[in-house]
Design a protein around this ligand. Structure first.
Ligand code: PRP
Length: 180
């Protein structure tokens, strides 16, 4: 796996530090509330698990799965729910936890879908933001790192389902994804 990585963008330590800072900010902003967290499978799993443990406040743990990409690495523009929430969010404080916002299609769709279920609050938290790739207008409430438009993998992010379990974020060598 490591041989396919061109360079390390964020080490395990840097990720840990930033996740901690983000948790502190969220805890400060949402103090005194019970937060219904929504992790977006599967990319957000590592970030989600680390962030909720750093939050150190009452949270409910929920997950959704949506598909935004077709078989290629280019967004098809279509988003659909593959696995929905089991908890009723009406009147609750909801925090969506995502690994990355790219075109913005996934989060735009998710936020408008969840808003229609009448939560008391709806905020979005993304570890990575690639603003250069945006095709729809969307700004997350919390962002860990703004990243350039390169293919990143690790810490939950994949290429063809590989590399999700890397402890760091790496830039994938172009010949890995161009050869397929
Ligand atoms: C990735 C990522 C986000 C979405 C962001 O998910 O986890 O959910 O794409 O892209 P967008 O802003 O262009 O919509 P993916 O569909 O690759 O599934 P995964 O989470 O299972 O890796």
């Amino acid at each position: 796996m490591h041989n396919d990585i061109l360079r390390v963008l964020y080490t395990e330590e840097q990720l840990k530090t930033r996740v901690k800072e983000m948790a502190e900010q969220i805890r400060h902003d949402l103090k005194g509330q019970v937060i219904l967290t929504v992790g977006v499978l599967r990319g957000a799993v590592m970030f989600y698990a680390d962030l909720v443990r750093e939050l150190d406040m009452p949270v409910h743990m929920n997950f959704m799965s949506v598909s935004s990409y077709g078989s290629s690495s280019v967004s098809s523009g279509a988003v659909r729910i593959q696995y929905d929430l089991e908890e009723d969010i009406s009147g609750k404080n909801v925090l969506i936890i995502e690994d990355i916002v790219d075109s913005g299609l996934t989060l735009k769709y998710l936020t408008s879908t969840l808003k229609s279920r009448n939560p008391a609050m709806l905020k979005t938290c993304c570890l990575f933001d690639k603003p250069e790739r945006r095709t729809v207008d969307f700004t997350p409430d919390y962002v860990g790192f703004e990243v350039p438009d390169v293919f990143i993998v690790g810490y939950g992010l994949d290429y063809a389902e590989k590399y999700r379990n890397l402890k760091y974020i790496g830039e994938l060598k172009p010949d890995v994804y161009k050869s397929q």
